[in-house]
Write a protein that binds this ligand. Structure first.
Ligand code: NAP
Ligand code: G4F
Length: 338
């Protein structure tokens, strides 16, 4: 019989990649989207998945709604990807972030416990939980030090997943995923903000863009590969938690340089700190300006993940690394404008 999967947050980046992957595996895929005056299915449309996914209106702020949804769809696996996922916004909307990202996970787990505790559960945990990292690189055993309301909320969902596993024997896995990007990444995240801006500058419709902390370093991987790891976690004999990462850390500055490099522009940096800016070495035109308005009250300076456990137990490995990722994203944003 066909397996059934339910994805909360189907309209997000990972929702689209995971839906595509599970459909290719032969699953019936149900996707939860929240009610808005005009729901936003651009990613599912871009992947041509609208006719293949069973869309259901569901909000992870509403437990009864989740219970009815799981009763109707009867999934074998639930992937909880829904979240207020933007770290910067979590400082401005900490209560809402907690409601969606922390208590939301509780509601999903409660619905599973009530409807069918045999449903396998994936929780989208985050490397942000390591925050002010206590060791390099970070593994499943590294102590957490969250640095934003988002990261604190994710830590709550993470521990709750472990607690439901231990208390109620729920097959719950927490994927501690480091940053993963793609051409369908939300435009507010730094990678896509850069590739979209570089494409516009190349086209001549934008002169420069503003940016925050260019010395922050992240371990950036490719979303398409990370969703495979989510599925693998739920296929194991026993539920456990796994880090998915690339084990390479690069700065925002390097990302900018490579993105411009892809369109034949060399960036030269001038000034310092909040006064720093980048010019096109050939024309001296300013193309990037640091603006402190994008600095965060507390920053996560560097994240670097060790994915050895995932390789050993799941057979999972990242294939696309930093430079190729920048190129994939940059190329797609150029195509979008042509
Ligand atoms: P995303 O693109 O921001 O997608 C988040 C999804 O959550 C969207 O579909 C959003 O719906 C939905 N959502 C928000 N509030 C909701 C609510 N109240 N009820 C139902 N749905 C709601 O995030 P992503 O990059 O795909 O990431 C997927 C998950 O992995 C998130 O939980 C994120 O925190 C976590 N994560 C991501 C990364 C990464 O680097 N991408 C790394 C570690 C962990 P709308 O479209 O309506 O806004
Ligand atoms: O792209 P970001 O906003 O991603 P961040 O904060 O690392 O969070 C993402 O990855 C997490 C996994 O570690 C996920 F859990 C989370 O849901 C999300 O997907 O920022 C990356 C870095 C930060 O250090 C930020 O300060 O880039 C720096 N940055 C510098 N200028 C900027 C900007 N970030 C954004 N969004 N916009 C800027 O202009």
């Amino acid at each position: 019989m066909k397996k059934k999967a339910f994805i909360t947050g189907i309209t997000g980046q990972d929702g689209a990649y995971l839906a595509k992957f599970l459909l290719e595996k032969g699953y019936t895929v149900y996707g939860g989207y929240r009610r808005t005056s005009s729901p936003n299915f651009w990613r599912l449309e871009e992947f041509d998945l609208m006719k293949d996914v069973e869309l259901m209106e569901v909000d992870i702020l509403d437990t009864g709604n989740l219970i009815r949804t799981f009763s109707k769809s009867e999934p074998d696996e639930v992937y909880n990807l829904a979240a207020q996922s933007f770290v910067a916004v979590s400082f401005e909307k900490p209560v809402l972030t907690g409601e969606i990202t922390a208590i939301g996970a509780t509601r999903v787990l409660e619905a599973i416990r009530i409807v069918n505790p045999k449903i396998k559960f994936y929780q989208a945990s985050s490397s942000e939980m390591f925050g002010k990292a206590q060791e390099m690189p970070q593994t499943e055993k590294t102590p957490f030090y969250p640095r934003s309301p988002y990261a604190v909320s994710k830590l709550y969902g993470h521990w709750l997943t472990i607690n439901y596993r231990e208390s109620f024997n729920i097959f719950g896995c927490s994927g501690i995923l480091f940053n993963h990007e793609s051409p369908i990444r939300g435009i507010e995240f730094v990678t896509r903000k850069i590739t979209d801006s570089v494409a516009r500058i190349r086209k001549g419709t934008q002169e420069y863009f503003e940016i925050g902390n260019i010395d922050a370093k992240r371990d950036w991987g490719y979303a398409k590969e990370f969703v495979e790891g989510m599925w693998l976690m739920l296929q194991q004999q026993n539920p456990e938690d796994y880090v998915l990462a690339t084990n390479e850390a690069h700065s925002v500055r390097e990302f900018i340089e490579h993105a411009f490099g892809h369109v034949g522009v060399t960036i030269q940096w001038k000034g310092k700190g909040p006064e720093e800016y980048g010019v096109d070495a050939a024309t001296s035109k300013t193309r990037v300006k640091v603006n402190p308005k994008f600095f965060r009250p507390t920053e996560v300076e560097v994240l670097l993940g060790n994915y050895e456990k995932a390789t050993r137990e799941l057979g999972w490995k990242p294939r696309v690394k930093f430079k190729e990722l920048v190129e994939i994203m940059q190329q797609r944003d150029i195509e979008r404008l042509s």
